[in-house]
Design a protein. Structure first.
Length: 209
């Protein structure tokens, strides 16, 4: 029970970390940007430490005499924390791309910003639904809700990837801006993947193919 509470707290921390990222795109002052970027870096370190500490605790518990059900729960939680750390890694990767763009004084087009914002909204829905599943001890929440969000994220990523090639060819923006843009979209899509992996692990179901 204590470990489950820590895993859920870990999920909340990762969600909070993701919540900082959209603000990075809105900041124009270097000091403010640096402060928020440093905060995201700090959360990445915290996430690394939380994964290690929870894993150590679970491995220590597993050395005792446990029922098959308890052993299975430990295996599930170890999978969940690994995926949560992957979410944190993707959050950090996105923030690093935005930081590179900021330092180089490059700007996304208004259309790109609109697409990134929508993708972030979809990711937030995915993480929120993941947390809902983790905090649902009676398993009353339908895990397929997460699948529908995941499908929406994947379809949107594919659409943006195809449009990016066309936009570069039409010289709406340069190649490097397109690379940074797709890096953000790609890592955002990965967040959706990790979130649904956690839902699948927690509910012991296979939703994706």
């Amino acid at each position: 029970m204590a470990a489950r509470q820590e895993v859920n707290h870990f999920a909340m921390r990762v969600h909070r970390m993701f919540g900082f990222i959209p603000n990075l795109l809105k900041i124009s002052k270097p000091d403010e940007f640096s402060q928020l970027f440093s905060r995201i870096e700090k959360y990445e370190t915290i996430s690394d430490n939380m994964e290690i500490e929870i894993a150590k605790y679970l491995n220590k518990v597993s050395e005792g005499r446990l029922s098959l059900e308890s052993k299975e729960q430990i295996r599930i939680m170890l999978r969940e924390i690994a995926e949560l750390e992957s979410v944190a890694d993707s959050c950090y990767n996105i923030s690093r791309v935005i930081n590179r763009k900021f330092q180089a004084k490059e700007k996304f087009t208004s259309e790109q910003l609109e697409h990134i914002t929508h993708m972030f909204e979809l990711c937030d829905k995915s993480i929120t639904q993941m947390e809902t599943v983790l905090n649902d001890p009676d398993h009353t929440v339908d895990p397929k809700i997460s699948l529908y969000i995941e499908m929406e994220i994947n379809n949107y990523r594919t659409q943006l990837k195809e449009n990016n090639v066309i936009d570069i060819n039409e010289q709406k923006y340069d190649y490097q801006t397109g690379v940074n843009y797709m890096d953000i979209i790609g890592d955002s899509e990965k967040i959706g993947d990790y979130a649904i992996n956690i839902v699948e692990a927690h509910r012991q179901v296979k939703l994706t193919t």
